[in-house]
Design a protein around this ligand. Structure first.
Ligand SMILES: Nc1nc2c(ncn2[C@@H]2O[C@H](COP(=O)(O)OP(=O)(O)OP(=O)(O)O)[C@@H](O)[C@H]2O)c(=O)[nH]1
Ligand SMILES: [Mg+2]
Length: 409
């Protein structure tokens, strides 16, 4: 379970990533948040004092604020008010480098803004009509007119932008699907690196592939998926994909907007989950990852867990591998345990293989070659009428070999 303090620590790290410096925090236990001020009225007044005294420029709330709460707080405190969702969207906007990433972030931002925009403008019109007073029919008359028209225009503009964005994203998504098909033409198994943000996914990805993906002590350093081809020590070839990190209370707009990117995860053969085992919330983080994988209907995929950052642990006794599926302790940074990790990946891939005995005619050289790349060979004999191969093959490839399967000797 995430505690309030843990969540606030994380919020502080998010704020830092977005370029803010935290100077203080306030927490309050309430049966439910106040409808107008989120915190209780008394604490809100306290906050006003603190903001003045410390000359604070920004107050961040660790939950999604209602448009009404946001406005009330902004008036009361006279500083910028940001909620957790807006903060995460901000970081995503900073880190989106590809066209697809930028489109997805903008879509999420527009969807976040739409209900807020309308409310803000309703407030604006009411203020404008306020001098006429009253909340009855007369008051409503003051509210109509240019103000409302402008609101309608703004809303329409955002809605039309949202539908344009969705169309463009769909275009990009189609491109991806084509690429993925081409990839599956190569019939290599795809391993998606998943995990909590800052767990070390990109560092591990870089170490395994020698790719220069940005890896930083920042939340959500990676937004755009990258795929590389690697050969495991067992000589088996795989495609490894680095993906966007997960976080608790992940804004729903973001999950929806990033569906195209997350397809990389949904389509993978095996998931390689990276856990920052040194983090005090390692278990909570992994639980959150499982929840999101569940939402994506990807929680039942074969999985290998890299328990990362063991170089930061005082002793290896602290590691309980039994808590995670197929866990291997590693340090992506210090390159510890990587052979064992790759062996584990090969092992889990092998569990998805089946044993076959084949006699492949000499003119089917490409199937022999494919077996070498994708399968694991126990016996290979050149006979008069073809190549005899006994070994194991990914279940997905069995269809290509059906005609050459031999009865067991
Ligand atoms: N000490 C130590 N630090 C590590 C290790 N692996 C990664 N790190 C550090 O952890 C931080 C985050 O690493 P990234 O690889 O960017 O993490 P990520 O999971 O890709 O993060 P996002 O893309 O932001 O979700 C960086 O400062 C890395 O240097 C490790 O094995 N040991
Ligand atoms: Mg990354």
């Amino acid at each position: 379970m995430w505690s309030v303090e843990d969540s606030l620590n994380e919020l502080e790290a998010l704020a830092q990533t977005a370029g803010a410096m935290a100077v203080g925090r306030m927490l309050q236990r309430l049966p439910h948040p106040d409808g107008a001020t989120y915190v209780g009225k008394g604490r809100a007044q306290e906050l006003v004092e603190i903001v003045k005294r410390l000359d604070i420029e920004l107050v961040i709330f660790d939950d999604e604020l209602s448009p009404n709460q946001q406005r009330t707080l902004e008036k009361l405190l006279d500083v910028r008010i940001v909620d957790r969702t807006a903060l995460i969207l901000d970081i995503f906007a900073l880190h989106a480098h590809t066209r697809e990433g930028q489109l997805q972030v903008e879509l999420a931002q527009m969807e976040y803004r739409l209900p807020r925009l309308s409310n803000q403008n309703v407030e604006f019109t009411r203020q404008a009509g306020g001098s006429r007073g009253g909340t009855g029919v007369g008051g409503a008359i003051g509210v109509r007119g240019p103000g409302e028209t402008k609101l309608e225009i703004d809303r329409r503009r955002i809605r039309s932008r949202i539908s344009d964005l969705k169309e463009e994203i769909e275009e990009v998504r189609k491109q991806r699907t084509i690429h993925r098909r081409q990839r599956s033409g190569q019939v290599l198994p795809v391993i998606a690196v998943v995990g909590y943000t800052n767990a070390g996914k990109s560092t591990l990805f870089n170490t395994l592939t020698s790719a220069g993906v940005i890896a930083e002590n920042q939340l959500f350093a990676t937004l755009d998926p990258v795929t590389r081809h690697i050969v495991l020590p067992s000589n088996q070839e795989i495609l490894l994909t680095d993906t966007v990190g997960f976080i608790q209370k992940l804004p729903t707009h973001l999950v929806a907007a990033f569906r195209a990117t997350l397809e990389e995860v949904v389509d993978a053969d095996v998931l390689l989950e990276v856990v920052d085992i040194h983090h005090e919330n390692a278990i909570e983080q992994s639980d959150t990852v499982n929840e999101i994988l569940g939402d994506l209907k990807a929680q039942d995929k074969p999985r290998v867990t890299a328990l990362n950052k063991i170089d930061l642990l005082d002793s290896s006794d602290e590691i309980d591998t039994s808590l995670y599926p197929n866990a291997v302790p590693v340090s992506a940074l210090q390159k510890i345990g990587l052979d064992a990790l790759q062996e584990k990946i090969a092992e889990v891939l092998a569990q998805n293989m089946e044993t076959v005995q084949l006699l492949l005619p000499y003119q089917k050289g490409e199937l022999v070659e494919l077996f070498h790349r994708r399968g694991s060979i126990d016996l290979e004999e050149h006979q008069e009428n073809g190549v005899r191969i006994n070994g194991r093959l990914p279940r997905s490839l069995r269809g290509l070999y059906t005609a050459y399967i031999q009865p067991a000797r």
